[in-house]
Design a protein around this ligand. Sequence first.
Ligand code: NDP
Ligand code: 2IT
Length: 445
Amino acid sequence: MSYTQEVLEVVRKRNANEPEFLQAVSEVFESIEPVIARQKKYRDAKILERIVEPERMVVFRVPWQDDQGNFQVNRGFRIQMNSAIGPYKGGLRFHPTVCASILKFLAFEQVFKNSLTTLPMGGGKGGSDFDPKGKSDNEVMRFCQSFMTELFRHVGPDTDVPAGDIGVGGREVGYLFGQYKRLANEFTGVLTGKGLNWGGSLIRPEATGYGCVYFAQEMLATRNDGIQGKVCTVSGSGNAAQYTAEKLIQLGAKVVTMSDSNGFIHDADGLDQEKLEWIKDLKNRRRGRIREYAEKFKATYHEGKRPWGIPCDCAFPCATQNEINGEDAKKLLQNGCILVSEAANMPSDPDAIHQFVAKKILYGPGKAANAGGVATSGLEMCQNSMRLPWTREEVDKRLHHIMVTIHKNAYNTAAEYGQPGNLVVGANIAGFVKVADAMLDQGLV
Ligand code: NDP
Ligand code: 2IT
Protein backbone atom coordinates (compact mmCIF):
# COMPACT_ATOMS: atom_id res chain seq x y z
CA MET A 1 0.00 0.00 0.00
CA SER A 2 1.36 3.45 -0.88
CA TYR A 3 1.92 6.11 1.78
CA THR A 4 -1.02 8.08 0.34
CA GLN A 5 -3.35 5.09 0.63
CA GLU A 6 -2.12 4.31 4.14
CA VAL A 7 -2.95 7.83 5.31
CA LEU A 8 -6.29 7.77 3.48
CA GLU A 9 -7.22 4.61 5.42
CA VAL A 10 -6.51 6.38 8.70
CA VAL A 11 -8.44 9.47 7.59
CA ARG A 12 -11.42 7.25 6.66
CA LYS A 13 -11.43 5.59 10.08
CA ARG A 14 -11.02 8.84 11.99
CA ASN A 15 -13.69 10.73 10.07
CA ALA A 16 -16.06 7.91 9.24
CA ASN A 17 -19.16 10.08 9.53
CA GLU A 18 -17.84 12.90 7.32
CA PRO A 19 -18.57 11.86 3.70
CA GLU A 20 -18.00 15.26 2.06
CA PHE A 21 -14.68 15.72 3.83
CA LEU A 22 -13.55 12.22 2.81
CA GLN A 23 -14.60 12.89 -0.79
CA ALA A 24 -12.47 16.05 -0.94
CA VAL A 25 -9.45 14.39 0.69
CA SER A 26 -9.67 11.31 -1.56
CA GLU A 27 -9.69 13.48 -4.70
CA VAL A 28 -6.64 15.47 -3.64
CA PHE A 29 -4.72 12.39 -2.47
CA GLU A 30 -5.43 10.55 -5.73
CA SER A 31 -3.98 13.50 -7.66
CA ILE A 32 -0.85 14.06 -5.59
CA GLU A 33 0.21 10.39 -5.52
CA PRO A 34 3.01 10.99 -8.09
CA VAL A 35 4.50 13.88 -6.08
CA ILE A 36 4.44 11.89 -2.88
CA ALA A 37 6.07 8.95 -4.66
CA ARG A 38 8.86 11.20 -5.98
CA GLN A 39 9.49 13.16 -2.78
CA LYS A 40 10.38 11.24 0.37
CA LYS A 41 10.53 14.46 2.40
CA TYR A 42 6.74 14.69 2.65
CA ARG A 43 6.45 11.20 4.05
CA ASP A 44 9.32 11.68 6.51
CA ALA A 45 7.68 14.80 7.89
CA LYS A 46 4.19 13.25 7.96
CA ILE A 47 2.86 16.11 5.85
CA LEU A 48 -0.25 14.20 4.73
CA GLU A 49 -1.23 13.28 8.29
CA ARG A 50 -0.85 16.91 9.27
CA ILE A 51 -2.55 18.53 6.30
CA VAL A 52 -5.84 16.67 6.86
CA GLU A 53 -6.08 17.75 10.48
CA PRO A 54 -7.48 21.27 11.07
CA GLU A 55 -5.09 23.47 13.05
CA ARG A 56 -8.10 24.46 15.11
CA MET A 57 -11.89 23.99 15.05
CA VAL A 58 -14.17 26.26 17.00
CA VAL A 59 -17.76 25.13 17.59
CA PHE A 60 -20.12 27.39 19.48
CA ARG A 61 -23.69 28.08 20.54
CA VAL A 62 -25.51 30.90 18.72
CA PRO A 63 -28.57 31.96 20.70
CA TRP A 64 -30.87 34.59 19.17
CA GLN A 65 -34.42 35.84 19.36
CA ASP A 66 -36.92 35.77 16.47
CA ASP A 67 -39.46 38.49 15.69
CA GLN A 68 -42.08 36.78 17.84
CA GLY A 69 -39.77 36.92 20.84
CA ASN A 70 -39.09 33.16 20.82
CA PHE A 71 -35.60 31.96 21.73
CA GLN A 72 -33.71 30.14 18.98
CA VAL A 73 -30.41 28.29 19.10
CA ASN A 74 -28.11 27.45 16.20
CA ARG A 75 -24.64 25.97 15.97
CA GLY A 76 -21.71 28.09 14.80
CA PHE A 77 -18.38 26.85 13.42
CA ARG A 78 -15.02 28.12 12.27
CA ILE A 79 -12.52 25.62 10.85
CA GLN A 80 -8.99 27.07 10.86
CA MET A 81 -7.47 24.52 8.53
CA ASN A 82 -4.01 25.69 7.55
CA SER A 83 -1.98 28.88 8.08
CA ALA A 84 1.31 27.81 6.44
CA ILE A 85 1.23 30.52 3.76
CA GLY A 86 -0.92 33.23 5.37
CA PRO A 87 -3.77 34.03 7.74
CA TYR A 88 -6.76 31.68 7.55
CA LYS A 89 -9.06 32.86 4.78
CA GLY A 90 -12.38 31.56 3.56
CA GLY A 91 -16.09 32.13 3.60
CA LEU A 92 -18.97 31.61 6.00
CA ARG A 93 -21.93 29.49 4.92
CA PHE A 94 -25.40 29.82 6.48
CA HIS A 95 -27.50 26.85 5.37
CA PRO A 96 -29.50 24.20 7.27
CA THR A 97 -27.19 21.44 5.97
CA VAL A 98 -24.04 23.01 7.50
CA CYS A 99 -22.12 20.54 9.68
CA ALA A 100 -18.50 19.62 10.43
CA SER A 101 -18.17 17.39 7.35
CA ILE A 102 -19.27 20.09 4.90
CA LEU A 103 -17.17 22.83 6.48
CA LYS A 104 -14.09 20.60 6.72
CA PHE A 105 -14.39 19.71 3.02
CA LEU A 106 -14.72 23.39 2.17
CA ALA A 107 -11.82 24.39 4.43
CA PHE A 108 -9.63 21.63 2.95
CA GLU A 109 -10.40 22.74 -0.62
CA GLN A 110 -9.78 26.34 0.40
CA VAL A 111 -6.20 25.59 1.47
CA PHE A 112 -5.20 24.49 -2.04
CA LYS A 113 -7.37 27.07 -3.79
CA ASN A 114 -5.83 29.92 -1.84
CA SER A 115 -2.38 28.55 -2.57
CA LEU A 116 -3.18 28.69 -6.31
CA THR A 117 -4.23 32.36 -6.19
CA THR A 118 -0.57 33.48 -5.88
CA LEU A 119 -1.57 35.53 -2.79
CA PRO A 120 -0.48 34.87 0.83
CA MET A 121 -3.61 33.30 2.31
CA GLY A 122 -4.08 30.19 4.44
CA GLY A 123 -7.33 28.22 4.42
CA GLY A 124 -10.41 28.29 6.62
CA LYS A 125 -14.20 28.04 6.45
CA GLY A 126 -17.06 28.53 8.84
CA GLY A 127 -20.75 29.07 9.16
CA SER A 128 -23.90 27.88 10.78
CA ASP A 129 -26.93 25.65 10.29
CA PHE A 130 -29.00 28.86 10.47
CA ASP A 131 -31.39 29.16 7.50
CA PRO A 132 -31.72 32.79 6.33
CA LYS A 133 -34.67 31.86 4.06
CA GLY A 134 -37.91 33.40 5.26
CA LYS A 135 -36.20 35.40 8.03
CA SER A 136 -36.69 39.15 8.35
CA ASP A 137 -33.73 41.53 8.06
CA ASN A 138 -33.96 42.10 11.82
CA GLU A 139 -33.80 38.37 12.54
CA VAL A 140 -30.78 38.00 10.27
CA MET A 141 -29.14 40.97 12.02
CA ARG A 142 -29.72 39.55 15.50
CA PHE A 143 -28.41 36.18 14.39
CA CYS A 144 -25.28 37.73 12.83
CA GLN A 145 -24.63 39.81 15.94
CA SER A 146 -24.86 36.75 18.18
CA PHE A 147 -22.67 34.70 15.80
CA MET A 148 -19.95 37.39 15.80
CA THR A 149 -20.16 37.86 19.58
CA GLU A 150 -18.39 34.51 19.87
CA LEU A 151 -16.46 34.47 16.58
CA PHE A 152 -14.76 37.83 17.15
CA ARG A 153 -12.24 36.41 19.61
CA HIS A 154 -10.99 33.91 17.00
CA VAL A 155 -10.62 36.18 13.95
CA GLY A 156 -8.71 39.32 13.01
CA PRO A 157 -7.11 40.95 9.96
CA ASP A 158 -3.81 39.09 10.49
CA THR A 159 -5.33 35.94 12.03
CA ASP A 160 -8.42 34.81 10.16
CA VAL A 161 -10.46 36.78 7.62
CA PRO A 162 -13.93 35.36 6.82
CA ALA A 163 -16.14 36.34 3.87
CA GLY A 164 -19.38 35.18 2.25
CA ASP A 165 -20.50 31.84 0.84
CA ILE A 166 -23.97 30.28 0.47
CA GLY A 167 -26.49 32.32 2.47
CA VAL A 168 -23.93 34.99 3.37
CA GLY A 169 -23.81 38.03 1.10
CA GLY A 170 -23.43 41.78 1.47
CA ARG A 171 -26.24 42.09 4.03
CA GLU A 172 -24.81 39.46 6.38
CA VAL A 173 -21.20 40.69 6.01
CA GLY A 174 -22.47 44.16 6.99
CA TYR A 175 -24.11 42.96 10.21
CA LEU A 176 -21.11 40.76 11.07
CA PHE A 177 -18.67 43.62 10.48
CA GLY A 178 -20.72 46.06 12.55
CA GLN A 179 -20.70 43.73 15.52
CA TYR A 180 -16.98 42.96 15.18
CA LYS A 181 -16.21 46.67 15.17
CA ARG A 182 -18.21 47.25 18.36
CA LEU A 183 -16.54 44.39 20.19
CA ALA A 184 -12.95 44.93 19.04
CA ASN A 185 -13.15 48.74 18.96
CA GLU A 186 -11.18 48.59 15.71
CA PHE A 187 -12.00 49.35 12.09
CA THR A 188 -9.94 46.75 10.26
CA GLY A 189 -10.18 44.46 7.25
CA VAL A 190 -11.42 41.53 9.36
CA LEU A 191 -13.96 40.48 6.73
CA THR A 192 -14.00 40.73 2.94
CA GLY A 193 -16.98 41.34 0.69
CA LYS A 194 -17.65 44.55 2.62
CA GLY A 195 -19.81 47.40 1.31
CA LEU A 196 -18.12 49.75 -1.13
CA ASN A 197 -18.50 52.74 1.22
CA TRP A 198 -16.79 51.02 4.13
CA GLY A 199 -13.72 49.19 2.90
CA GLY A 200 -15.10 46.78 0.32
CA SER A 201 -13.38 46.24 -3.01
CA LEU A 202 -14.92 46.99 -6.36
CA ILE A 203 -15.42 43.75 -8.37
CA ARG A 204 -15.50 41.52 -5.24
CA PRO A 205 -19.22 40.78 -5.72
CA GLU A 206 -18.57 39.93 -9.38
CA ALA A 207 -15.28 38.11 -8.86
CA THR A 208 -16.27 34.44 -8.44
CA GLY A 209 -18.46 34.43 -11.53
CA TYR A 210 -16.27 36.65 -13.70
CA GLY A 211 -13.20 34.64 -12.68
CA CYS A 212 -14.90 31.35 -13.54
CA VAL A 213 -15.65 32.62 -17.05
CA TYR A 214 -12.09 33.99 -17.47
CA PHE A 215 -10.89 30.51 -16.52
CA ALA A 216 -13.21 28.96 -19.13
CA GLN A 217 -11.77 31.33 -21.76
CA GLU A 218 -8.25 30.15 -20.89
CA MET A 219 -9.30 26.51 -21.23
CA LEU A 220 -10.95 27.19 -24.60
CA ALA A 221 -7.89 29.08 -25.83
CA THR A 222 -5.79 25.90 -25.50
CA ARG A 223 -8.01 24.50 -28.29
CA ASN A 224 -8.04 27.71 -30.30
CA ASP A 225 -11.67 28.22 -29.37
CA GLY A 226 -13.61 31.03 -27.67
CA ILE A 227 -16.74 31.53 -25.58
CA GLN A 228 -18.63 33.69 -28.08
CA GLY A 229 -21.77 32.00 -29.39
CA LYS A 230 -21.52 29.04 -27.01
CA VAL A 231 -24.76 27.74 -25.49
CA CYS A 232 -24.25 27.66 -21.72
CA THR A 233 -26.17 26.07 -18.87
CA VAL A 234 -25.78 27.74 -15.47
CA SER A 235 -27.10 26.33 -12.20
CA GLY A 236 -27.91 28.39 -9.11
CA SER A 237 -29.11 31.99 -9.12
CA GLY A 238 -27.09 33.44 -6.25
CA ASN A 239 -23.87 35.43 -6.23
CA ALA A 240 -21.69 33.01 -8.19
CA ALA A 241 -24.40 32.23 -10.76
CA GLN A 242 -25.47 35.84 -11.38
CA TYR A 243 -21.99 37.06 -12.25
CA THR A 244 -21.08 33.94 -14.22
CA ALA A 245 -24.17 34.62 -16.34
CA GLU A 246 -23.33 38.34 -16.57
CA LYS A 247 -19.82 37.78 -17.92
CA LEU A 248 -21.06 35.09 -20.33
CA ILE A 249 -23.70 37.49 -21.69
CA GLN A 250 -21.10 40.30 -22.00
CA LEU A 251 -18.85 37.99 -24.01
CA GLY A 252 -21.61 36.95 -26.42
CA ALA A 253 -22.41 33.49 -25.05
CA LYS A 254 -26.02 32.28 -24.75
CA VAL A 255 -27.11 31.48 -21.18
CA VAL A 256 -30.18 29.24 -21.32
CA THR A 257 -30.71 28.08 -17.71
CA MET A 258 -30.59 29.26 -14.08
CA SER A 259 -31.86 27.41 -11.00
CA ASP A 260 -32.45 27.37 -7.27
CA SER A 261 -33.01 24.54 -4.81
CA ASN A 262 -36.58 24.06 -6.06
CA GLY A 263 -35.95 23.71 -9.79
CA PHE A 264 -34.59 25.34 -12.94
CA ILE A 265 -35.79 27.65 -15.69
CA HIS A 266 -35.01 27.05 -19.37
CA ASP A 267 -35.04 30.13 -21.59
CA ALA A 268 -34.28 28.88 -25.10
CA ASP A 269 -33.87 32.46 -26.39
CA GLY A 270 -31.14 33.07 -23.85
CA LEU A 271 -30.89 35.62 -21.04
CA ASP A 272 -29.92 39.20 -21.74
CA GLN A 273 -28.69 41.81 -19.26
CA GLU A 274 -32.23 43.07 -18.66
CA LYS A 275 -33.56 39.63 -17.75
CA LEU A 276 -30.52 39.08 -15.56
CA GLU A 277 -31.13 42.36 -13.71
CA TRP A 278 -34.65 41.10 -13.04
CA ILE A 279 -33.18 37.90 -11.54
CA LYS A 280 -30.74 39.94 -9.40
CA ASP A 281 -33.64 41.95 -8.02
CA LEU A 282 -35.70 38.78 -7.47
CA LYS A 283 -32.91 37.03 -5.59
CA ASN A 284 -31.00 39.83 -3.84
CA ARG A 285 -33.88 42.13 -2.86
CA ARG A 286 -37.25 40.42 -3.14
CA ARG A 287 -35.72 37.07 -2.13
CA GLY A 288 -38.16 35.14 -4.34
CA ARG A 289 -38.00 31.83 -6.24
CA ILE A 290 -36.58 31.24 -9.74
CA ARG A 291 -39.96 29.76 -10.80
CA GLU A 292 -41.24 33.36 -11.00
CA TYR A 293 -38.93 33.96 -14.00
CA ALA A 294 -40.99 31.56 -16.11
CA GLU A 295 -44.15 33.44 -15.14
CA LYS A 296 -42.58 36.76 -16.21
CA PHE A 297 -40.61 35.78 -19.35
CA LYS A 298 -40.99 33.20 -22.12
CA ALA A 299 -39.35 30.21 -20.44
CA THR A 300 -40.18 26.80 -19.01
CA TYR A 301 -39.85 25.83 -15.34
CA HIS A 302 -38.77 22.35 -14.26
CA GLU A 303 -39.68 21.68 -10.65
CA GLY A 304 -37.31 19.48 -8.64
CA LYS A 305 -34.87 19.11 -11.57
CA ARG A 306 -31.33 20.22 -12.36
CA PRO A 307 -30.41 21.79 -15.70
CA TRP A 308 -27.86 19.20 -16.93
CA GLY A 309 -30.25 17.48 -19.36
CA ILE A 310 -30.53 20.66 -21.46
CA PRO A 311 -28.14 20.44 -24.44
CA CYS A 312 -25.23 22.87 -24.11
CA ASP A 313 -21.66 23.50 -25.25
CA CYS A 314 -20.50 24.65 -21.81
CA ALA A 315 -21.81 23.98 -18.30
CA PHE A 316 -21.27 26.24 -15.29
CA PRO A 317 -22.34 24.66 -12.00
CA CYS A 318 -22.79 27.58 -9.59
CA ALA A 319 -25.01 26.16 -6.81
CA THR A 320 -23.58 23.55 -4.43
CA GLN A 321 -21.57 20.37 -3.86
CA ASN A 322 -22.43 17.15 -5.71
CA GLU A 323 -24.96 18.82 -7.99
CA ILE A 324 -23.58 16.90 -11.01
CA ASN A 325 -23.60 13.13 -10.52
CA GLY A 326 -22.56 10.35 -12.90
CA GLU A 327 -25.96 10.33 -14.63
CA ASP A 328 -25.88 14.09 -15.15
CA ALA A 329 -22.32 13.88 -16.50
CA LYS A 330 -23.36 11.20 -18.97
CA LYS A 331 -26.21 13.40 -20.23
CA LEU A 332 -23.92 16.41 -20.60
CA LEU A 333 -21.39 14.38 -22.58
CA GLN A 334 -24.03 12.72 -24.76
CA ASN A 335 -25.40 16.15 -25.62
CA GLY A 336 -21.99 17.33 -26.78
CA CYS A 337 -20.84 19.44 -23.83
CA ILE A 338 -17.17 20.36 -24.32
CA LEU A 339 -16.47 22.39 -21.17
CA VAL A 340 -17.36 22.38 -17.47
CA SER A 341 -16.08 25.30 -15.38
CA GLU A 342 -16.98 25.07 -11.69
CA ALA A 343 -17.97 28.23 -9.84
CA ALA A 344 -19.35 26.10 -7.01
CA ASN A 345 -17.16 24.07 -4.65
CA MET A 346 -17.00 20.33 -5.49
CA PRO A 347 -20.17 20.41 -7.64
CA SER A 348 -19.16 17.30 -9.60
CA ASP A 349 -19.13 13.99 -7.74
CA PRO A 350 -16.21 11.55 -8.26
CA ASP A 351 -18.07 9.56 -10.94
CA ALA A 352 -18.76 12.76 -12.93
CA ILE A 353 -15.15 13.94 -12.61
CA HIS A 354 -13.80 10.62 -13.85
CA GLN A 355 -16.07 10.80 -16.91
CA PHE A 356 -15.02 14.38 -17.75
CA VAL A 357 -11.34 13.52 -17.40
CA ALA A 358 -11.66 10.25 -19.36
CA LYS A 359 -13.47 12.02 -22.23
CA LYS A 360 -10.81 14.77 -22.16
CA ILE A 361 -13.32 17.63 -22.23
CA LEU A 362 -12.17 20.97 -20.85
CA TYR A 363 -12.81 20.54 -17.14
CA GLY A 364 -11.94 23.30 -14.66
CA PRO A 365 -12.22 22.02 -11.07
CA GLY A 366 -13.66 24.44 -8.50
CA LYS A 367 -10.48 25.04 -6.58
CA ALA A 368 -8.96 26.54 -9.74
CA ALA A 369 -11.99 27.87 -11.64
CA ASN A 370 -13.71 29.61 -8.69
CA ALA A 371 -10.54 30.97 -7.06
CA GLY A 372 -11.28 34.44 -8.42
CA GLY A 373 -13.64 35.11 -5.50
CA VAL A 374 -11.10 34.53 -2.77
CA ALA A 375 -8.32 36.07 -4.89
CA THR A 376 -10.30 39.31 -5.05
CA SER A 377 -10.85 39.01 -1.30
CA GLY A 378 -7.05 38.96 -1.11
CA LEU A 379 -7.01 42.13 -3.21
CA GLU A 380 -9.55 43.66 -0.79
CA MET A 381 -7.23 42.82 2.13
CA CYS A 382 -4.37 44.44 0.25
CA GLN A 383 -6.34 47.65 -0.37
CA ASN A 384 -7.46 47.71 3.30
CA SER A 385 -3.84 47.42 4.47
CA MET A 386 -2.77 50.26 2.18
CA ARG A 387 -5.94 52.22 3.03
CA LEU A 388 -6.21 52.94 -0.68
CA PRO A 389 -8.94 51.73 -3.03
CA TRP A 390 -8.26 50.60 -6.58
CA THR A 391 -10.55 51.36 -9.52
CA ARG A 392 -12.89 48.78 -11.04
CA GLU A 393 -10.56 48.46 -14.03
CA GLU A 394 -7.51 47.91 -11.81
CA VAL A 395 -9.15 45.15 -9.75
CA ASP A 396 -10.66 43.47 -12.82
CA LYS A 397 -7.26 43.52 -14.55
CA ARG A 398 -5.62 41.90 -11.53
CA LEU A 399 -8.41 39.31 -11.25
CA HIS A 400 -8.03 38.46 -14.94
CA HIS A 401 -4.27 38.15 -14.59
CA ILE A 402 -4.65 35.86 -11.56
CA MET A 403 -7.09 33.56 -13.41
CA VAL A 404 -4.70 33.34 -16.39
CA THR A 405 -1.85 32.52 -13.99
CA ILE A 406 -3.85 29.84 -12.14
CA HIS A 407 -4.76 28.20 -15.44
CA LYS A 408 -1.19 28.31 -16.69
CA ASN A 409 0.14 26.87 -13.42
CA ALA A 410 -2.39 23.99 -13.38
CA TYR A 411 -1.92 23.32 -17.11
CA ASN A 412 1.89 23.25 -16.93
CA THR A 413 1.93 21.17 -13.74
CA ALA A 414 -0.37 18.57 -15.32
CA ALA A 415 1.99 18.32 -18.32
CA GLU A 416 5.04 18.07 -16.04
CA TYR A 417 3.48 15.07 -14.30
CA GLY A 418 2.64 13.31 -17.57
CA GLN A 419 -1.09 14.10 -17.62
CA PRO A 420 -1.42 16.94 -20.13
CA GLY A 421 -4.75 18.74 -19.98
CA ASN A 422 -5.78 17.15 -16.66
CA LEU A 423 -6.42 20.28 -14.59
CA VAL A 424 -7.61 18.24 -11.59
CA VAL A 425 -4.15 16.78 -11.23
CA GLY A 426 -2.46 20.06 -12.16
CA ALA A 427 -4.42 22.19 -9.67
CA ASN A 428 -4.13 19.71 -6.83
CA ILE A 429 -0.38 19.21 -7.23
CA ALA A 430 0.44 22.89 -7.71
CA GLY A 431 -1.76 23.90 -4.77
CA PHE A 432 -0.38 21.17 -2.51
CA VAL A 433 3.35 21.59 -3.13
CA LYS A 434 3.44 25.25 -2.13
CA VAL A 435 1.64 24.61 1.17
CA ALA A 436 3.54 21.40 1.95
CA ASP A 437 6.91 23.07 1.35
CA ALA A 438 5.92 26.00 3.59
CA MET A 439 5.01 23.50 6.32
CA LEU A 440 8.40 21.82 5.94
CA ASP A 441 10.16 25.19 6.18
CA GLN A 442 8.30 26.03 9.38
CA GLY A 443 9.20 22.84 11.26
CA LEU A 444 6.82 20.68 13.25
CA VAL A 445 3.70 22.84 13.02
P1 NDP B 1 -25.73 32.08 -2.75
O1 NDP B 1 -26.32 31.82 -1.43
O2 NDP B 1 -25.64 33.47 -3.25
O3 NDP B 1 -26.49 31.23 -3.87
C1 NDP B 1 -26.59 29.85 -3.77
C2 NDP B 1 -27.42 29.34 -4.93
O4 NDP B 1 -27.31 27.92 -4.99
C3 NDP B 1 -28.89 29.65 -4.77
O5 NDP B 1 -29.48 29.76 -6.03
C4 NDP B 1 -29.38 28.41 -4.04
O6 NDP B 1 -30.77 28.16 -4.16
C5 NDP B 1 -28.58 27.32 -4.71
N1 NDP B 1 -28.40 26.20 -3.79
C6 NDP B 1 -27.86 26.23 -2.55
N2 NDP B 1 -27.90 25.02 -1.98
C7 NDP B 1 -28.50 24.21 -2.87
C8 NDP B 1 -28.83 22.85 -2.87
N3 NDP B 1 -28.56 22.07 -1.81
N4 NDP B 1 -29.43 22.33 -3.97
C9 NDP B 1 -29.73 23.13 -5.04
N5 NDP B 1 -29.43 24.44 -5.10
C10 NDP B 1 -28.83 24.96 -4.03
O7 NDP B 1 -24.29 31.42 -2.70
P2 NDP B 1 -23.04 31.61 -3.70
O8 NDP B 1 -23.50 31.93 -5.07
O9 NDP B 1 -22.08 32.49 -3.05
O10 NDP B 1 -22.43 30.15 -3.67
C11 NDP B 1 -22.71 29.18 -4.68
C12 NDP B 1 -21.55 28.21 -4.78
O11 NDP B 1 -20.35 28.95 -5.12
C13 NDP B 1 -21.21 27.46 -3.48
O12 NDP B 1 -20.74 26.17 -3.81
C14 NDP B 1 -20.07 28.29 -2.91
O13 NDP B 1 -19.27 27.53 -2.03
C15 NDP B 1 -19.33 28.65 -4.19
N6 NDP B 1 -18.40 29.77 -4.12
C16 NDP B 1 -18.83 31.01 -3.71
C17 NDP B 1 -17.93 32.05 -3.65
C18 NDP B 1 -18.33 33.42 -3.23
O14 NDP B 1 -17.48 34.31 -3.23
N7 NDP B 1 -19.59 33.67 -2.89
C19 NDP B 1 -16.52 31.87 -4.00
C20 NDP B 1 -16.19 30.55 -4.48
C21 NDP B 1 -17.12 29.55 -4.51
P3 NDP B 1 -31.75 28.53 -2.96
O15 NDP B 1 -31.82 30.01 -2.92
O16 NDP B 1 -33.03 27.86 -3.29
O17 NDP B 1 -31.13 27.96 -1.70
O1 2IT C 1 -15.29 29.28 -1.48
C1 2IT C 1 -14.76 30.40 -1.52
O2 2IT C 1 -13.65 30.59 -2.03
C2 2IT C 1 -15.50 31.54 -0.96
N1 2IT C 1 -16.63 31.36 -0.52
C3 2IT C 1 -14.86 32.89 -0.90
C4 2IT C 1 -13.93 32.99 0.26
C5 2IT C 1 -13.34 34.36 0.50
O3 2IT C 1 -12.65 34.48 1.53
O4 2IT C 1 -13.53 35.28 -0.28
